[in-house]
Structures are given as C-alpha cells and as structure tokens.
Design a protein around this ligand. Sequence first.
Ligand SMILES: Nc1ncnc2c1ncn2[C@@H]1O[C@H](COP(=O)(O)OP(=O)(O)O)[C@@H](O)[C@H]1O
Ligand SMILES: [Mg+2]
Length: 241
Amino acid sequence: MTRGIFITGTSTGVGKTVVTTGLLRLLAGQGIRAAGLKPVASGAKSVGPQRALRNTDALELQAAASLKLRYEDVNPWVFEPAIAPHIAAREAGRPIRLQEMIDWYQRVTTGADVALVEGAGGWRVPLHPDGFLSDLPEALQLDVILVVGLTLGCLNHARLTVEAITRSGRCRLTGWVANAIDPGFERRAENVATLADLLGAPPLAEVAFHDGAARSPHDNVLVEFRPTPQLGAAMAVSPKA
Ligand SMILES: Nc1ncnc2c1ncn2[C@@H]1O[C@H](COP(=O)(O)OP(=O)(O)O)[C@@H](O)[C@H]1O
Ligand SMILES: [Mg+2]
C-alpha cells in the first residue's frame, strides 16, 4: 500500500491546508509523486454547467500535488453547506462508510509514492453515529502530522489530540507543525518549547503569521513555511522504482 500521511489539526482553521500544500510543494520539488487528498469536505460551491461541487481546500491540494488526479478522486465526499460533515452527509442522503473510504484510498493512490491526506476539523470529527474520520487513518495505519494553531489553549488541544492519535496503537505521530495563526499570541517561543515537551514527536516546520494583505492565496503563506532539520527524516519518501 502507498505510504500515507494524514494531516490533522488541533481544530478547524488552524492551517491544515496551508501545511499540506506546503508539504506537497516540497515533495514535488524533490521529484516525488505525491497525491493530495481531501476525503471529506463540507463547504463547497457548485461550478460549471454540471453544477459540480468544488471545495477550495481540495482545489488547492489538487493544484499543489505533483500527481495529477481528477477532482472526484481528490475529494469524493463533498457537501455544499459549511456544517459538520456527518450532518451534511445525512442531509445529502450520502452516508460516509469506512470501507468505501478505504477502497477509494487504495484506488486513487496506486500511482503515488506518497499520499498526503488532509482531515476535516480535528482528529475525532464524527462521520456517522458510531464512527469518526480518524477511523480512516487508523484502518490504513497512516502516519500523522498534527498542525497546531498557536492560540491560547493550544497546549491542551495539542496534547489531547496526540493522546487520541496514539490511543489505538495504529497511527504513528510523525511530527507536528506550529502555525502562528494569531498575531496577538504571547510567549510563542516558550509555548513551542512546551509543545516539544508535551507531544513526544519532532517539530517538522514553523509557519509565521502573515497579515491579510499578503495572505491570500495560500501560496503567500508558504513563503514563511520553514522546515526544521527533522522534516526530511520524518517524510523519508523516495520515488517508487
Ligand atoms: N500562518 C498564517 N498566517 C496568517 N493566516 C493564516 C496562517 N495559516 C493559515 N492562515 C489562514 O487561516 C485560514 C485557515 O487556514 P487553513 O489552512 O485553511 O486551515 P484548516 O485547513 O486547518 O481549516 C486561512 O484563511 C489561511 O489563509
Ligand atoms: Mg483545510
């Protein structure tokens, strides 16, 4: 099976897409065939004569990935309202089943050296009454990168998320990325040092804050995507023969 890395976050809006596209561009620059996947997205607009639903995260991953995939393969479960995915799926009459997600992953990653899979929200986002999006990385035994949005309260969110990631024994936390999403956040260096103590995995990159004018599109944020020396070993992907 193709090596996969699941990108989760301490919450929604913490920079998962910024980090995933940053990593995809780094891999593309190394000649690695990397797929960018967003299994489940809520919040989408219908475009074109077919009125096909398109989510901006998935479009950005599709554009940044070196392995070119059809939109439907990048983001098979897409829902229009920007609400919790299990509610959107229920309203759309399109339940999200684990086995279908596993089959999808295996089908679309056959030509990839590595797949980066962006989650939705945080680790334990529910998908249906008795399941979570985390069932997918656990079933596939994917490595996990945690994006920590640096805000007051992030130490607790980050530690709880890591405890949940490692709980099943099926997913390895490859590392974490500190993203400076809040310009008013104080004692950044001390908090990042505390994260290093709390999370039991290496920091893989730091992303500095970019103000609104320079922020959109995401490419501008990536200028400040600073990999740490540990990133290379954590990713450790080489092109398939
Ligand atoms: N370092 C940063 N500085 C400023 N804005 C950021 C930064 N990282 C993310 N953002 C902005 O915050 C929003 C959420 O980021 P995004 O990557 O979409 O988060 P997620 O994928 O976790 O929901 C986006 O508008 C993005 O441009
Ligand atoms: Mg996102």
